[in-house]
Ligand binder design. Structure first.
Ligand SMILES: [Mn+2]
Length: 427
């Protein structure tokens, strides 16, 4: 049996003002081809189907027409889809009863039984081979908010000090026990989740530009041992493809985002996981890479002074790409202080070039913008500060509020953007 695990499609997302629909279309073609080439029996998608809770009609059509073509081409494919934190549970789940007729299970909520405990039966699905033989059970856990589980659930268990994390542990232990009752013929037990997991060789979602840290109650993530006892944890949410279960029995695998969602993801190896269960019931998994339909580039790769950067931009080759294939470009340059009309000069240099300029990043020469251990004179006249200096004041402020932690770059960028907007309004 082969199961394709993917997540974090973020259909409907954009970079700057540019739509990613072309890349998403190419990804869905790739996914269909991969189902064919791998002769997959199941496709499981662990949340963040859409980028927003209110996706456009075009992007919902892209999703539903993909599913329709998929099950038409592969009528025996088992499909399970859960919601992520970006999805609206009610919107993603709106066609779920109809989807059931096509063997597509869309799970966006934890339904409660009369005794106020989760209805586990509605979260568990058999995964069947083409001949109908069940080889695995899959528990489909959507992104859960604190309010989704009653406070009473799990209160007699003591897995974790935080009551919500404790309830999550209880849910996973209950699911596991329930699935074990079903799996009398050695079927594998798979669990899908959309969450931040830590504990083993931590990969932190917190530093990803496009995914802000998700606070689950008072904690930012859950320990990986919550998945102990399962044969494979198919996760979504963190965009860097990674296996956090390398030191445990259970692979705890993030399949990662399917396209680079921001410049910070440009070096990620985007792919889908192909999970195989062989005739001896051995489970293995490997990544199949997704070809990149559009490049995401920082030019130049190494910091250089503005004049050299402009020259480099003017020398970019023109090869006749289709406009939807134009790379997304961040231009970075190094400076000692104020440069006039930089954005205009960069745009001029790029006239006629086959790129989409998304972002201009300037970096002050060392000493001026150093991150670590920098001290600031508190008697500065705020009116005299240039934007980069104001950013330093923002960093000082952040450190004073957040126990000397450094402000994330993405937040500083947002601050500079907001400051620019305010200045434009004032001028
Ligand atoms: Mn997410």
């Amino acid at each position: 049996m082969k199961i394709i695990h993917t997540s974090d499609w973020h259909l409907g997302s954009s970079l700057g003002e540019s739509s990613r629909a072309y890349e998403h279309g190419k990804f869905l073609e790739f996914l269909t081809e991969t189902v064919r080439e791998e002769q997959a029996d199941a496709l499981i998608v662990a949340g963040d189907i859409y980028d927003s809770a209110n996706p456009s009609t075009d992007c919902q059509h892209m999703f539903f027409s993909f599913l329709a073509r998929l099950v038409q081409t592969f009528p025996k494919l088992n499909v399970i889809i859960t919601s992520g934190n970006h999805d609206s549970p009610s919107r993603l789940g709106i066609g779920r009863e109809m989807a059931e007729f096509m063997n597509i299970h869309i799970v966006t909520r934890i339904e409660l039984k009369e005794d106020r405990t989760p209805d586990l039966e509605r979260l568990i699905f058999p995964l069947k081979e083409a001949d109908g033989r069940i080889r695995a059970y899959c528990a489909a856990v959507p992104f859960i908010r604190r309010a989704d589980l009653p406070a009473s659930y799990g209160q007699n268990e003591h897995y974790h000090e935080d009551s919500f994390v404790n309830a999550l542990y209880t849910l996973h232990r209950d699911l596991l026990a329930f699935m074990k009752q079903k799996a009398v013929n050695g079927e594998k037990l798979i669990v899908m989740d959309h969450t931040t997991v830590h504990g083993i060789q931590g990969v932190s979602a917190i530093h990803e530009e496009s995914e802000h840290p998700i606070l689950i109650g008072n904690v930012e993530s859950i320990p990986a041992d919550i998945f102990d006892g399962f044969d494979y944890a198919a996760l979504g949410h963190i965009h860097l493809s990674s296996n956090l279960g390398v030191k445990t029995e259970t692979p705890v695998v993030y399949s990662g985002s399917v396209i680079p969602m921001s410049f910070s993801e440009k070096h990620y190896s985007h792919g889908v996981e192909v999970v195989s269960i062989d005739t001896t019931d051995k489970l293995t998994f490997r990544q199949v890479k997704i070809p990149r339909a559009v490049e995401v580039l920082t030019i130049p790769e190494e910091l250089k002074p503005l004049e050299e950067v402009l020259k480099e931009l003017e020398e970019l080759p023109v090869t006749g790409l289709k406009s939807e294939e134009y790379p997304f470009v961040e231009v970075q340059y190094q400076t000692e202080g104020a440069d006039a009309r930089v954005a205009g000069r960069i745009r001029e240099a790029l006239t006629g070039k086959e790129v989409r300029l998304i972002k201009i990043t300037r970096s002050l020469k060392s000493g001026v913008n150093s991150k670590a251990g920098e001290t600031e004179d508190s008697n500065v006249d705020l009116a005299d500060l240039d934007p980069m200096k104001a950013e330093n004041v923002f960093k000082m402020f952040y450190r004073s509020i957040f126990a000397n932690n450094e402000a994330p770059d993405s937040l500083c960028d947002e601050f500079v953007k907001a400051l620019d907007q305010v200045r434009q309004k004032v001028e």
